[in-house]
Write a protein that binds this ligand. Structure first.
Ligand code: FAD
Length: 381
C-alpha cells in the first residue's frame, strides 16, 4: 500500500504549476492550435519553472523529484494542451531515461543538463513500420565501423521528432539475436545521414508533433552508445515502464480538466428554464466522471510509488496506464454529451480533448499490450 506524504516543496511546486497552467497555458491553447506550435515565451516560462528537468537527477541540473512528486506536479500540467506536456514529458522521461539509467558519467554530464534546462529537446525512437507492439521486431541496424556505429533504418510516429536535438534510438547491433542484440544510441540533430523524412499528421491536437526519422549510413561516435551492447531492449523497456506512468498522468489531468469544464457548463447552460446541472441525468454523468478520475488517480499514484521502489516491476504501471487511459475515453465521451452540440464544436476545448485522449489507449503500448503484461505477471510460476 502506498505510504507517502508529499513534501512541502512538492506541494509548493504543484501550486505554482497549477497557477501557471491556469494563468498562462490554458488561455494560450487556441494560439497553439492556430500556429501549430507552443509559443516560445511559454517554453521559456516552462524552463524557468524547472519543468523540463523534474525527473532528472539534481547533480545533472534537474530537480530530482521522486516519481510520485513528479505525478503530483504533472497532473496540473496535463490539464492543458497536449503540446505542452509532450515537450516536458519526453525530456523528463523516455527522452532522457536511457541515459539516466544506463549512461556513462560522461554521457550524463554531456546530455542531461541541457535536457533538464529545456535548452535541448529530446525524442525516443523505438517504433518502426514493422515493429509497433512487437517492438522486438525492429529492423534498424547499428554496425560497428572503427570508432563509430553506422545506423541504417527507419523509425516512425516519433513524438517531438521534427524538433528534437537528441534522439534516443534503439537499433540492432547483433541482428541475429533480436531483442538480446539491441543497443541504445544518442543521435544528435545534424548528424550526416540522419533526417526527419516526414512530419506525420494526426487526428490529435496541433503542436504535438510526430515524425518519421530516417537513418542512412548515419555515423554515430561509439561514445554515443548508451550502456553495453545487447542491453538496449531491456533499458528501453525500463524507460517505457515509467513512460506508462506519464501517460496515466496525462489521462488523469485530462479527466480533471473535462470534469471542471463539464461542471462549469452544466451550471451555466439553461434548458427548460433551469440549468442542466439540475437534471439528475447530468448529475449522474458528472458523478461517474468524478469517480473514474478518483480511481485512475489513486491507481496512478500507487503505481508511481511501486515503480519508484522497484523499477523492474511493470504490472502496476500497466494497470494504471490501462485503467486511466480507458477512463479518460469514457470521461471525455460523457463530457461531450453534457456539452451537447457545443461538445462537438471546435470552439470549445472538449472537442480537442476528446480527440487527444483517444491516443492514450495506443501510445506507450496499447491497451491490449498492457493486458498481456498484466496477465503475464499474474500467471508467472
Ligand atoms: C501519436 C503517437 C505518438 C507516438 N510516439 C512515439 C514515440 O515517441 N516513440 C516511439 O518509439 N513510438 C511512438 N509511438 C508508437 C506507439 O508506441 C505505437 O503506435 C504503439 O505501440 C502501437 O504500435 P502500432 O501502432 O504499430 O500498432 P500495432 O502493433 O500494429 O497494433 C495494431 C492493433 O493490434 C493489436 N495487437 C498487436 N499485437 C497484439 C497482441 N499480441 N495481442 C492482442 N492485440 C495485439 C494492438 O493492440 C492494436 O490494437 C507513437 C504513436 C502515436 C500514435
Amino acid at each position: 500500500m502506498i505510504d507517502y506524504e508529499a513534501s512541502a516543496e512538492t506541494m509548493a511546486m504543484k501550486q505554482s504549476v497549477r497557477d501557471f497552467v491556469d494563468r498562462e497555458l490554458i488561455p494560450a491553447e487556441n494560439e497553439v492550435e492556430e500556429t501549430g506550435q507552443v509559443p516560445p515565451r511559454l517554453v521559456e516560462m516552462m524552463r524557468e519553472l524547472g519543468l523540463f528537468g523534474m525527473r532528472i537527477p539534481s547533480e545533472y541540473g534537474g530537480l530530482g523529484l521522486d516519481l510520485v512528486s513528479y505525478c503530483l506536479v504533472s497532473e496540473e500540467l496535463t490539464r492543458s494542451h497536449a503540446a505542452y506536456r509532450a515537450l516536458v514529458q519526453v525530456n523528463n522521461g523516455i527522452g532522457s531515461k536511457c541515459v539516466v539509467l544506463a549512461g556513462s558519467e560522461e554521457q550524463k554530464q554531456r546530455f542531461l543538463p541541457e535536457l533538464a534546462s529545456g535548452d535541448k529537446i529530446a525524442a525516443f525512437a523505438m517504433t518502426e513500420p514493422e515493429a509497433g507492439s512487437d517492438a522486438a521486431n525492429i529492423r534498424t541496424t547499428a554496425r560497428l565501423d572503427g570508432d563509430a556505429y553506422v545506423i541504417d533504418g527507419l523509425k516512425h510516429f516519433i513524438t517531438n521528432g521534427p524538433a528534437a536535438d537528441y534522439v534516443t534510438v534503439v537499433a540492432l547491433t547483433e541482428p541475429e539475436k533480436r531483442a538480446k542484440g539491441m543497443s541504445v544510441f544518442i543521435v544528435e540533430r545534424g548528424t550526416p545521414g540522419f533526417e526527419v523524412s516526414r512530419v506525420q499528421e494526426t487526428m490529435g491536437p496541433r503542436g504535438y508533433h510526430q515524425a518519421e526519422l530516417s537513418f542512412d549510413g548515419c555515423r554515430v561516435p561509439k561514445a554515443n552508445r548508451v550502456g553495453e551492447p545487447g542491453t538496449g531492449f531491456k533499458t528501453a523497456l525500463r524507460c517505457l515502464n515509467e513512460g506508462r506512468i506519464s501517460m496515466a498522468v496525462a489521462s488523469i489531468g485530462a479527466c480533471q480538466r473535462l470534469l471542471d469544464e463539464a461542471c462549469g457548463y452544466a451550471k451555466a447552460r439553461v434548458q427548460f428554464g433551469k440549468p442542466i446541472a439540475a437534471q439528475q441525468a447530468i448529475q449522474f454523468m458528472l458523478a461517474d466522471m468524478a469517480a473514474e478520475h478518483f480511481a485512475a488517480r489513486a491507481m496512478t499514484l500507487e503505481a508511481a510509488w511501486q515503480v519508484e521502489r522497484n523499477p523492474r516491476n511493470n504490472q502496476y504501471s500497466s494497470m494504471a496506464k490501462l485503467f486511466a487511459s480507458e477512463a479518460a475515453g469514457r470521461v471525455a465521451d460523457r463530457a461531450v454529451q453534457i456539452f451537447g452540440g457545443m461538445g462537438y464544436m471546435k470552439e470549445l476545448p472538449v472537442e480537442r480533448i476528446y480527440r487527444e485522449v483517444r491516443l492514450h489507449r495506443i501510445v506507450e503500448g496499447t491497451s491490449e499490450i498492457q493486458r498481456l503484461i498484466i496477465a503475464r505477471e499474474l500467471l508467472r510460476d
